[in-house]
Design a protein around this ligand. Structure first.
Ligand SMILES: [Zn+2]
Length: 69
């Protein structure tokens, strides 16, 4: 089911550019906006944020499922 897929992406709060980084980024790699240069934190910070967002998404879906019963 395609709806089971959880995707998390980050956009720059300043200019809206989608943040991206190299595949070989490590935890201490610093991520900043490629357009305006705003600093967002390290790859580890973003990974943790993505993890939290994913958990929140899963929890809200679980609630939806439980409500339907
Ligand atoms: Zn930006």
């Amino acid at each position: 089911m395609a709806s089971d897929k959880v995707t998390v992406s980050f956009s720059c709060k300043g200019c809206g550019t989608r943040l991206s980084w190299l595949d070989d980024a490590i935890d201490s790699t610093k991520i900043s906006c490629s357009n305006c240069g705003k600093y967002f934190g390290t790859y580890l910070d973003l990974r943790n944020a993505a993890m939290d967002a994913t958990k929140a998404e899963i929890e809200s879906r679980m609630e939806d499922i439980l409500k339907r019963r």
